[in-house]
Design a protein around this ligand. Structure first.
Ligand code: SF4
Ligand code: SF4
Length: 218
């Protein structure tokens, strides 16, 4: 039976849904060149808390370098945004098919079927270790699954804990931005100095609530 459960990668929480391995959800539809990418059409944003985590180990720094070397990466004062792949050719060819799905499912974004994240590998998933992914990536479950009648109620504690965690991360990010600002530094003005400062700040750990596994009766 399929299930949803909570897992950790070095204290970093993530929700695992076993259905994702053979995704048939609306968000998993791709008309672009990159197929079988699940809902990884998202262009991830790496906030200071994620960058701080990466700054702590050799492997993390390697991941950070890979992220900043990507051509679609834009560095902002307190976060990094990675603009992934957009298939302009199939957008023109398959736009009407996308419109049909949008009308049927009440979707407003006409680009999602043609996009792919820079770090997704078709049929494999994400190339980044979970501990360095954004929380959107680690804690997102699509509405086709979340709203499924057999799990909607059981999923509520997952939703509540996700909201609490996101609030905690926001608080941490603001704190880290404040520390950088006090030292007259940010990712845009001096990237390497900012990383050194983040490296010296101890990592705070969030006590994620234990959550019962959910069985999905599909
Ligand atoms: S969360 Fe939904 S859309 Fe994303 S991979 Fe899983 S089943 Fe597919
Ligand atoms: S960073 Fe990884 S998990 Fe997040 S959207 Fe990209 S491929 Fe998917």
């Amino acid at each position: 039976m399929e299930r949803i459960y909570l897992d950790f990668d070095m204290d970093v929480p993530r929700y695992i849904c076993t259905v994702c391995k053979h995704c048939t959800s609306t968000m998993g539809i791709s008309f672009g060149r990159i197929k079988d990418r699940g809902c990884c059409y998202y262009y991830p944003k790496f906030e200071l808390i994620h960058i701080q985590r990466m700054s702590k180990t050799k492997e993390g720094l390697k991941t950070l370098n890979m992220i900043i070397d990507y051509p679609g990466t834009v560095i902002y004062r307190y976060y990094i945004h990675v603009k992934g792949f957009f298939d302009h050719k199939t957008y023109k060819e398959n736009y009407n098919k996308a419109l049909e799905i949008m009308a049927d499912k009440g979707i407003e974004d006409d680009t999602m079927f043609f996009r792919a994240c820079a770090f997704v590998e078709s049929g494999y998933g994400c190339k980044l270790p979970p501990r360095y992914r954004s929380s959107v990536c680690n804690l997102f479950i699509c509405s086709d699954i979340e709203d499924h009648s057999t799990i909607a109620e059981d999923f509520k504690p997952y939703e509540r804990e996700r909201e609490r965690y996101i609030r905690w991360e926001k608080w941490e990010n603001e704190g880290l931005a404040h520390i950088l600002a006090k030292q007259g530094c940010d990712l845009l003005s001096d990237f390497h100095r900012s990383i050194e400062i983040l490296q010296d700040i101890p990592l705070d750990i969030y006590e994620f609530k234990k959550l019962d596994e959910i069985l999905i009766d599909k």
